[in-house]
Design a protein around this ligand. Sequence first.
Ligand SMILES: Cc1cc2nc3c(=O)[nH]c(=O)nc-3n(C[C@H](O)[C@H](O)[C@H](O)COP(=O)(O)OP(=O)(O)OC[C@H]3O[C@@H](n4cnc5c(N)ncnc54)[C@H](O)[C@@H]3O)c2cc1C
Length: 424
Amino acid sequence: MPPERFYDVAVIGAGPAGLAAAVAASDAGARVTLVEREERPGGILKQCVHDGFGLIRFGEKLSGPEYAYRYLRLAAERELPILTQTFLLALERDAEGYRLRLQNSRQGVFELCAAAVVWAAGCRERTARQVFIHGDRPAGIFTAGMVQYMVNVQGYLPTRRCIILGSGDIGLIMARRLTLEGARVLGVFEIKPEPSGLMRNVVQCLHDFNIPLHLSSTVTRVHGPKRVEGVTVAAVDERLQPIPGTERTIACDALILSVGLIPENDLIESSGLPLDPRTGGPIVDQNLMSCREGLFCCGNALHVNDLVDYVSESGETAGRAAAAYVFTGRRQRELIAVKAGANLLSLVPQQLDRKSGGAVTFYFRSAHTLKNALLTISAGGQILKQKKYLVLRPPEMQRLVFEQAAIPHNAAELAFAITGGGGE
Ligand SMILES: Cc1cc2nc3c(=O)[nH]c(=O)nc-3n(C[C@H](O)[C@H](O)[C@H](O)COP(=O)(O)OP(=O)(O)OC[C@H]3O[C@@H](n4cnc5c(N)ncnc54)[C@H](O)[C@@H]3O)c2cc1C
């Protein structure tokens, strides 16, 4: 089947990352197309009706749809084509760039080509199958994002009395939302000794609504052959194993899971692209180009972000760099690895292209709470930059700008380390 069209840059996913990438690539002169599997662009923001988005980017507290609208307007002003309800089935590299096999109900299966691709497919939620809970598999076990979609988009209230397992941000936000809609959230149970969501969400969504947060606790059993009738909860020890004798059963009609997000990378991973086990996203340089020439990645597909403002920032970086890659032609990169120390949960980018000068924006999370932390970037034992933090917490992603000029010419790799005292 001959390819229908050739673009400079194809962006996969029209969430905030993809929209920002498409706008930036277009502003850099590229002919861009956006591919989106859903009916409307905007990504997950469409179902996030609460405010708090855009404080860094726009200096305003916007709701998710309002934030998405700002970028949709920019895309409309540039008349960027958005192929909605179109699913990317396969991505193949050829001599010209990339061949995309797509499917929608209008054209069936069809192809288009692009010199560069920006992968901005977001992330998905961990489901009940990925957390080991004994008992039946009745109706009434939902992920927090699914409940968010049902309540905020479809207008259904899927529970009257529920338990939330996991203290991720979406679960915390839904604890508040369900309470406002008249449901009773009986408690949030978190297996770790610290909440995994942002502290501001713990305060504003749980404390302000008197919803109890049980740390070092988990759900061990689900009851109810057809519909959830209750769950058994228990305290856990330091190895996260349930402590015998601490079990109690709580009557409820739903169990809501907020147990983590997974970058949506199956399609590019199956083509052999190496992923970073810490982030679940591709290994990239500071231009967010992956190990495959011309394939860029941004937003939650790259690593799970805490603020949408950083998602848009990474989209802009990837979109601009994809356009530059197309216009300046292919060139050999001079890559050095950035080694993340043991206290780091995630670090992006994982490598630097020495031929692209200028400042590098690092995003990182600590693996556990560290007080009076010291971040050190060094090369060959020589300290290049240090920064102190009063406290670093895993839920709070950090952003750090680093001047590449500081790196010695003969450096083989960069070491990125954090040290500090234990948690509170
Ligand atoms: C369920 C859920 C709920 C969330 N709720 C909140 C919240 O309440 N507050 C908050 O601050 N943050 C929330 N987040 C975080 C939020 O995802 C980010 O802030 C932001 O939306 C990430 O932007 P993105 O563009 O990287 O991904 P997304 O917004 O997820 O956009 C990715 C887009 O790619 C499309 N796509 C994926 N694969 C393909 C394919 N093969 N072909 C075509 N299109 C494809 C998807 O349909 C989607 O539109 C939530 C995340 C999830 C997963």
